[in-house]
Design a protein around this ligand. Structure first.
Ligand code: B12
Ligand code: SF4
Length: 479
């Protein structure tokens, strides 16, 4: 049977400035599927609408092929996803595509456009329409009814006859996430082999990332929640188990990385999932991100038994005053206690930190470093704070420091924001010192040594690209 020609090409753009610099190496550290786009592709397919998916993260040189296929298959629509850092990359793809296929209509979705909405249509004439917030139902209705009916479809920003952008309001949230089909992984070229979870974050490949809930009820100052907002909806344990089983049986996935904002927010669901994993002895492992107040000893033990390998925790900063200023429910003593408990449950801990928040000082960085180094954390990641559109701090950033809003560089790998009282060079030095001192600690070396047998594939990958990694570690973060 001949396949129907696609109505839309869905594209995940890449951070273009990173491609030109050493930061491109970060793609070797980790490369994850664009779950939003393949989720939309599966949803459209259920409604009889065909699509193609291009992931420029995996294929940074795919533009000629994309343009060739556009000219041959002539879809009506080009849909682009991505965050702030990939927006300009997406724009360049849209321009080239419109030139190649005049009449092509361009729609953008994802966090960046959901946060800036009307401003985007005002500034970028090459974009025809935006999908704001949860995208599945809105894009489906747009493709079925066309731009002429845009005013009747919630979740869009479109141009009225006078050229003024108009937001039709947030769409009703999908009431039951279990009704969503599994993402269309088959639309990703080379899935799962070409995709890779972050180095040392899994015991055995292949791995896959999953997002099994939407929204977060907290309101941290640095976090953009313009897509799923402050609700919390989730897949049931049964759906999630079937999803994992599908990925295990169809693609041989052996490690699952849950990228939920709040994996354990609903305790019963995690208990039910873990009990099923234990009972059925599925030979898999998983990692997830949790908030310290949403795990307890009993849950940790069960999760460990079910295959939990690592828990990531947002620490952000070890300076109590700075933390209280930026994060809901901050209690660094409780956080420390929970980290010890997770370690005692034999689950690895990854700490997620940020440097350069408004109010940061040399002293707060030192306090943060001492706090983190006093804890049994196996790994940590130190992001350079960036005020993203949609985050509460975005509108205040210019008042609280120096903010160079260069979207291409807003990938948390350079200091686009410098808090009052510090300089960019000074911050960079403190950042380098933090990492240097981290890597001088024997427990850190012991951790990587243990990885020789705990995650041999990571070491294989490391040696295969050793030169690039070392070069990146030495200079990459300063590009
Ligand atoms: C997994 C994840 C990653 C992964 C993989 C990303 C990938 N390949 O897609 C990794 C770890 C690599 C990553 C990296 C980064 N991430 Co990230 N990430 C996430 C996370 C946790 C989940 C994304 C996801 O898959 N969600 C599930 C799907 C279903 O939702 P979705 O992608 O939003 O898609 C829906 C809608 O947005 C919309 N939609 C999306 N695309 C499109 C396209 C079209 C055409 C349409 C119509 C609709 C549409 O419809 C979809 C279905 O409802 C989100 C937070 C979150 N909870 O969403 C942050 C998030 C997207 N990341 C963020 C950031 C800041 C980053 C980094 C810059 C820094 C960092 N945190 O490390 C880097 C840079 C990435 C890059 N190169 O651009 C921010 C983005 C903020 C912003 N305004 O830019 C978020 C929102 C976190 C936050 N709350 O601040 N990230
Ligand atoms: S940082 Fe985490 S806890 Fe805070 S609002 Fe964002 S997702 Fe929620």
């Amino acid at each position: 049977m001949q396949e129907a020609s696609p109505a839309i090409f869905l594209v995940q753009p890449v951070v273009e400035s990173a491609l030109r610099t050493r930061r491109n190496v970060s793609r070797l550290f980790s490369l994850m599927p664009p779950l939003g786009l393949v989720g939309i592709a599966a949803y459209l397919k259920e409604r009889g609408i065909e699509s193609r998916v291009f992931d420029f993260n995996a294929d940074p040189d795919a533009l000629p092929e994309l343009l060739e296929l556009l000219a041959r298959e002539k879809p009506r629509w080009l849909g682009l996803g991505g965050a702030t850092s990939t927006f300009n990359g997406g724009l360049r793809i849209a321009r080239a595509a419109k030139q190649r296929l005049p009449g092509l209509q361009v729609v953008f979705g994802g966090p960046h456009v959901s946060a800036l909405r009307e401003e985007i249509l005002q500034r970028f004439p090459e974009i025809d329409v935006l999908v704001v917030g949860e995208g599945e139902e809105t894009i489906c209705r747009l493709l079925e009814s066309g731009l002429a009916k845009a005013a009747e479809i919630p979740g869009l920003v479109f141009r009225e006859a006078n050229g003024e952008p108009r937001f039709t309001g947030y769409p009703e949230l999908l009431p039951d996430l279990d009704r969503l089909p599994f993402p269309a992984y088959d639309k990703l070229r080379g899935f799962p082999e070409r995709y890779r979870l972050p180095l040392f974050s899994y015991p055995r490949p292949p791995g896959a990332s999953i997002v099994s809930s939407r929204g977060c009820p907290y309101a941290c100052s640095y976090c953009d929640r313009s897509v799923f907002r402050r609700t919390f909806r989730y897949n049931s344990a049964d759906y999630l188990y079937r999803h994992m089983l599908f990925l295990h049986e169809r693609y041989g996935i052996r490690h699952f990385a849950f990228y939920d904002d709040q994996f354990t927010f609903n305790r019963e669901r995690v208990v039910a999932l873990c009990e099923k994993l234990v009972a059925d002895r599925l030979p898999i492992t998983f990692s997830c991100a949790v908030r310290a107040e949403h795990v307890d000893d009993e849950l940790m033990r069960l999760m460990r038994k079910a295959g939990c390998w690592t828990m990531s925790l947002g620490i952000e900063t070890g300076d109590p005053q700075l933390l209280a200023r930026h994060r809901s429910n901050s209690d660094i003593a409780m956080l420390a206690d929970q980290i010890h408990r997770i370690r005692r449950a034999d689950i690895q801990v990854k700490g997620l930190l940020m440097l350069g928040l408004p109010g940061e000082t040399e002293q707060s960085i030192e306090r943060s470093r001492k706090y983190v180094f006093s804890l049994p954390i196996d790994e940590f990641s130190l992001a350079k704070f960036t005020p993203f559109p949609g985050a509460p701090l975005y509108s205040e950033a210019r008042r609280l420091g120096e903010f160079d809003e260069d979207w291409d560089r807003m990938d948390c790998m350079s200091f686009q924001f410098v808090p009052e009282g510090l300089t960019r060079e000074g911050l960079q030095k403190l950042f380098d010192r933090f990492y240097r001192m981290h890597f001088r600690r024997p427990r850190v070396w012991a951790h990587y040594l243990r990885m020789v047998w705990r995650s041999p594939d990571s070491w294989r990958r490391f040696f295969r690209h050793g030169r690039e990694f070392l070069c990146f570690a030495w200079r990459g973060s300063r590009d």
